[in-house]
Design a protein around this ligand. Structure first.
Ligand code: MRU
Length: 380
């Protein structure tokens, strides 16, 4: 495994090339516009639909209703939402109201609160009439930094994949869960960034994609992204993770994160914990792609992370495209069946093999704090 490094690579030629070749972007801001455009992720993979977001209320709805999703992306959309709000009302009360509205949309990914606080802190001490412009600049900076973080995670993770490819014949088999790809970020993803780079340089690669019940981000989104880039992949039902690992078909697991506590506990999409358990039992390395804004230095452990509870209807029903092209929802269980729908779970730090950040690898919470001393110590 590569050693930890402290510098963020500032150039990533291969990554830039991949970025340019991608035919989709989860979030764009037309040059000079006072609005943003996002892909409606509820429509994928059956339709590619762009939605214009021109008010803070629409930004909040887009996050709440999961037109946009994925921790870094909802942070960026939240930041732009605050800028949009300040275009209309930049008073102290307007700022506080918009911050609270956007913050209440989804509770688990810390990137949202982080981005909202960052924009608020950048503008709060300015005269009221200067706040909106400053908020747009800050939101642009958050978006640009996310792209750079994606690149850096990709470059560091590529070393790991090269190493594995050189040790064994045949493809490196990477298992992933949910969607931690370009659709979850402003760039080309966290867990997927090393995969996109590895594929671009010709490393033999195969990705096991976990369907990710109940919203199917793996089946709908990750498969779509991998297909866009021509990366070999196979979809499997969530409950087959352990079996695939036991059969020796998985070289490593690479997942994203929604919030990581300072002790290294990882909150990510429901089902991540099961994969970490199976990985431990079968000696499969378990890696977490972790952009630093996803670390919540204020939380001592993962048990304090708020877990989003979503509507039972997402478990009881399923939506897809029928043979005649209609988008259809069907019911799975008898009427009256009770269902729970926890959107996330927490994987204890001891099951995590490494955290792959924009500053390199960290094997444990202590190493993670050493990679980001300026932030870790601010909360110590
Ligand atoms: O409910 P979602 O689709 O927003 O959940 C997304 C995930 O759990 C991702 O793995 C996580 O946000 C990391 S995205 C880089």
């Amino acid at each position: 495994m590569p050693t930890t490094v402290s510098a963020i690579p500032t150039t990533a030629t291969t990554a830039d090339a991949i970025e340019d070749r991608a035919s989709y972007r989860a979030l764009t801001r037309p040059r000079g516009a006072r609005h943003i455009e996002v892909l409606d992720q509820r429509a994928l993979p059956h339709a590619v639909a762009k939605v214009k977001i021109a008010t803070a209320d629409v930004a909040a709805l887009a996050i709440r209703n999961m037109l946009v999703r994925g921790a870094p992306l909802i942070g960026a959309v939240g930041a732009y939402g605050l800028a949009l709000a300040l275009d209309r009302d930049a008073s102290d009360a307007g700022l506080a109201r918009a911050h609270a509205t956007l913050d209440a949309t989804r509770p688990t990914a810390v990137n949202l609160r982080w981005a909202l606080d960052r924009v608020r802190n950048a503008v709060a001490s300015l005269p009221v009439d200067a706040r909106a412009d400053a908020a747009w600049i800050e939101a642009d900076a958050i978006r640009a930094e996310d792209v750079a973080i994606n690149h850096a995670i990709g470059v560091h993770g590529l070393g790991l994949l090269r190493d594995l490819a050189s040790r064994r014949p045949g493809p490196v088999n990477v298992m992933t869960h949910c969607n931690a790809g370009a659709l979850a970020t402003c760039g080309f993803g966290t867990a997927t960034a090393p995969l996109f780079l590895a594929h671009a340089e010709g490393l033999p690669l195969h990705v096991w994609v976990s369907e990710t019940r109940p919203r199917m981000q793996g089946a709908n989104l990750t498969t779509w992204e991998l297909a866009q880039r021509g990366i070999p992949h196979t979809l499997f039902v969530d409950s087959a993770s352990g079996m695939l690992m036991r059969r020796g078909e998985v070289s490593l697991v690479m997942v994203g994160a929604d919030r990581v506590a300072r002790n290294g506990d990882v909150c990510n999409k429901i089902g991540t914990y099961d994969k970490a358990l199976a990985a431990r039992d079968n000696g499969v390395p378990f890696h977490v792609a972790l952009p630093s804004p996803t670390i919540d230095w204020s939380l001592d452990s993962g048990s304090a992370i708020p877990i989003e509870s979503r509507p039972p209807s997402e478990v009881l029903n399923m939506t897809g495209r029928s043979d005649d092209g209609e988008i259809t929802t069907v019911t799975l269980a008898p009427a009256g069946t009770r269902a729970v729908n926890f959107a996330f779970d927490v994987t204890p730090a001891e099951l995590v093999g490494s955290y792959l950040t924009e500053r390199g690898y960290a094997r444990d919470a202590k190493a993670l704090a050493d990679l980001f001393p300026e932030r870790a110590h601010a909360h110590a």
